[in-house]
Structure formats: C-alpha cells, structure tokens
Design a protein around this ligand. Structure first.
Ligand SMILES: Cc1cc2nc3c(=O)[nH]c(=O)nc-3n(C[C@H](O)[C@H](O)[C@H](O)COP(=O)(O)OP(=O)(O)OC[C@H]3O[C@@H](n4cnc5c(N)ncnc54)[C@H](O)[C@@H]3O)c2cc1C
Length: 412
C-alpha cells in the first residue's frame, strides 16, 4: 500500500481518533484517516483480529473502496466462487438448482464473495504498521466536552481523543453510550438464526444446499476450503427471544426445539451445533437511526445501519460508509465532516436497507402457500440466466477526498 506522507503535513500535533471495533468498518476508517493525517487508535474487545467466519459478499460501490485501498486483486484470489444453490423440500427432495447470483443479484466475474475472516485479515494487514491497536479491551465510559472526548477503558487507564468513531457492530456499545438503548433503533425482521462450522461429510464443494419447511430453513454452505462447511439454521419467530440472547446454552436449546422434528440432514446438523465452539446466534434485524453522529462521536457500519443478511449488503455498507465517514473528515472539522457524511451516504444506505424482501426474505416463506409459490418461482428461475446486478448496489459514486486545508489537521 502507499503510506501516508506525513512529511507533507504541518509539524503540529495531529488530530487523534479512537475507533472502536476492528472488523470491517473499523480498519477501513483507520486506513483512510491515517492517510488524511490523523493519529488513529483502534480498540477491539477480541484478543486478536477475528479470523474464519461465514462468507460475505462485496458488490457494486464497495468493490471500488477495496480497489482504492489496493486490496481488490489480493481478495480476488480469496474469491469463493459459489457455483450452485440447491433448494430442497422438507422430505429432502430437490425443488430447483440455480446459480446463486440469480437470487442475490450478484454479478459473475465482478462481485466478490470471500470468507469474512479473509477480508478482515486483508484490511488489518493493510494498516497494522500505521495504527495503534489495543486488543482485549473496550471503552468503559465516554465523556464529551468542547475540546475532546475523555475515554476510560475497561482494561484500566484513560485518554482524551479529538474524536471517537463507533465501528463495533450491530450491538454497538458506543451507540448505547452516546445515543441510548438499542431498542429504539432496532427493527426486528421476524427471524432468528444460528451459524457455525461443522465437518463437510457431504462431499459438497463451492455450493449451498438449502432445506425449507414453512418458517424454517437449514442450509449447508461449502466454500471449497478443505473440510470447512458453514451450517446455517434460520427460523421465523414473531418476537425476538430476549431471554436467549445472553445465554449460549439457551440459544442452542431454542434452535434444537424449533428444529426437533425436522427431516433431511437436520438431526446431524443439530448434533454438530451442540459440539461447535463457534455458534453465532442473533435476531435478523436492521439498525435504523435518524442521526449517525452526536458531538464528537459518529458511527459507521452495522453500528449505524446494519441492513441484515437478508440484503447481503452488510459488508458493502460497512466498507462504503467507513470510506465516506473518513473522507468527510479529510478536509473539514468534525461538525462539517459528520454532516457531509450523513448527507452523502444516507440515500445509498436507505436504498440498500430497502432490499429486504426483494431477495433473502422471500427465500424464507412462513406459510405452506408462500413456500409453494416460492418453489414455483425458483423452478422458473432455474431456466433463466444469472442476474446482472441490482442498481442499489452501485447507487453511490465514490468521491475522491483530498486535503486542501492542512491546518484542519492541527489538534483542536
Ligand atoms: C450469518 C451472517 C451472514 C452474513 N452474510 C453477509 C453477506 O453475505 N454479505 C454481506 O455483505 N454481509 C453479510 N453479513 C453481515 C456482515 O457480516 C456485517 O454487516 C459486517 O461484518 C459489518 O461490519 P462492521 O465492521 O460494521 O461490524 P462487525 O463485523 O460486527 O464488527 C464489529 C467489531 O467490533 C468489535 N466489538 C464489538 N463490541 C465492541 C466493544 N464494546 N469494544 C470494542 N470492540 C467491540 C467486534 O468484536 C467486531 O470485531 C452477514 C452476517 C452474518 C451474521
């Protein structure tokens, strides 16, 4: 990568930024802010960059962010190249087998599908020498004043930063501390899911097989990496299971109860879930906020506008949103910069959050009639060529941000 040319910046203390979260949005913020002359610290509650993980898509405008970071060709080597998506009925018989892009709106040869860990690792590697990382720690308190943000950390110690940016995901603590409880921004979409890895004893490669009954889906996703298989269990539920969220045992019990009488390979998948050490359970939800900034604190990625996996756009929104937030601060003070970030990014976010219901949700019908209709549609789709992309994925043309006023970088 091209390093920041700090020599070209004035010899005054640089503005300091604390970024909370080192997954997707956090490292992108750190990368660009460092280039714009900021001194960046990233605090991450995990003890190291989180590797592994389910496959994610990067599409449209977000590909340009990776290209500008010099990471696109490296990540093309990590592309999973999913070739087939096969749908099964409750008894395990086949409904249809189609190219995945037919339902996701992805574009063959252009869009990326990579393991989340491969993307996070590429982002971290691009910045680790230029940015201060603090792992195994998190923000305890935030106190904003006219001059800065006083931060104390759970690990002890306190520091003052000019700005704090929350990139700490859907259940962001930064958002809780500055904007209030999650409930007011949380839009539950009526499903819960669990994902985990299990052994690939099915001979699957570069493909997904999805079993459905009304309100329930079980999918096996083979990335083609050795023995790796991602199991995914999704089920409809009118209210979020608040009691289960803090309790991994209760999450497993709930999933097992919902799928107790299921056929096909589901009993084996449930047995694997009991053994798995990486079960990730959550509600399928969006975060919608009227404002993404307050004072000297702003949010990016899932923390501000999680769109849910039903849109397949969470990673892309995190990449684009972080690029836009950092860029808005390149040449402006935080008040102007945060306002510009919202003004220039909101429409793109809203369009992509609005994709719920166009792709993913229709894959998980909750009634017998709706499931039959979906199966009819899938059979017809199997005769059609793959889609050519959704306009929402590319609905923002990335600006190029430059520094024309170096004094903005003086500590203030
Ligand atoms: C099963 C599943 C499938 C998905 N599939 C897709 C897909 O196909 N396409 C797609 O685009 N997206 C997909 N997503 C969504 C995608 O993973 C997220 O939208 C994306 O990772 C958002 O990035 P982020 O950096 O904003 O947040 P996250 O990736 O959630 O990262 C938040 C980071 O903050 C850290 N953190 C949390 N709390 C604190 C704290 N208090 N202090 C410090 N650090 C903290 C976390 O450890 C984590 O490293 C999927 C998600 C799931 C769960």
């Amino acid at each position: 990568m091209t390093r920041t040319d700090h020599a070209s910046l004035p010899a005054v203390p640089r503005r300091t930024v604390l970024v909370s979260g080192a997954s997707i949005a956090g490292p992108v913020l750190a990368f660009w802010l460092t280039r714009y002359g900021y001194a960046v610290t990233v605090v991450e509650k995990a003890s190291a960059p989180r590797s592994g993980g389910y496959p994610v898509d990067v599409r449209g405008t977000a590909l340009e962010v990776l290209r500008r970071m010099g990471l696109l060709s490296r990540l093309r080597d990590a592309h999973i190249d999913l070739r087939r998506l096969t749908f099964l009925r409750g008894d395990g018989s086949q409904v249809a087998s189609i190219h995945p892009h037919t339902v996701t709106g992805g574009v063959a040869g252009r869009d990326l599908e990579v393991r989340r860990g491969d993307l996070a690792d590429a982002l971290y590697t691009a910045i680790r020498d230029d940015v201060e990382f603090v792992f195994d720690d998190s923000i305890h308190t935030l106190d904003q004043s006219g001059d800065g943000v006083d931060v104390t950390f759970h690990g002890g110690g306190s520091r003052t930063f000019d700005l704090v940016l929350g990139a700490d995901g859907m259940h962001s603590r930064t958002r809780d501390m500055v904007f209030g409880p999650e409930e007011q921004f949380h839009r539950y979409l009526g499903y819960c899911f669990a994902v985990f890895t299990m052994r690939n004893t099915f001979g699957l490669s570069h493909e997904t097989v999805m079993w459905n009954t009304p309100g329930r889906a079980a999918a096996l996703y083979a990335t083609g990496h050795g023995d790796e298989l991602h199991a995914f269990l999704n089920f409809a539920r009118p209210e979020p299971p608040f009691d289960a969220f803090p309790d991994p045992g209760a999450q497993r019990d709930l999933v097992a109860a919902v799928f107790a009488d299921a056929g096909w390979e589901v009993p084996g998948i449930l047995a694997a879930m009991r053994e798995a050490d990486d079960v990730f359970f959550d509600a399928v939800s969006q975060i919608r906020m009227p404002r993404w900034h307050r004072g000297r604190v702003a949010l990016a990625g899932d923390a501000a506008y999680a769109p849910s996996f039903l849109t397949g756009q969470g990673t892309s929104l995190a990449l684009v949103g972080a690029y836009m937030l950092a860029g808005s601060l390149a040449d402006a003070d935080h008040a102007e910069g945060f306002a510009a970030y919202e003004r220039d990014t909101r429409e793109f976010v809203a369009a992509n959050q609005g994709l719920v219901g166009e792709g993913g949700a229709t894959l998980f019908p909750t009634t017998v009639a709706a499931l039959e209709q979906r199966n009819d549609r899938l059979r017809k789709l199997s005769d059609m060529p793959a889609a050519q992309g959704r306009p929402e994925h590319s609905a923002l043309t990335l600006p190029t941000f430059t520094i024309t006023n170096p004094t903005q970088h003086a500590h203030r």
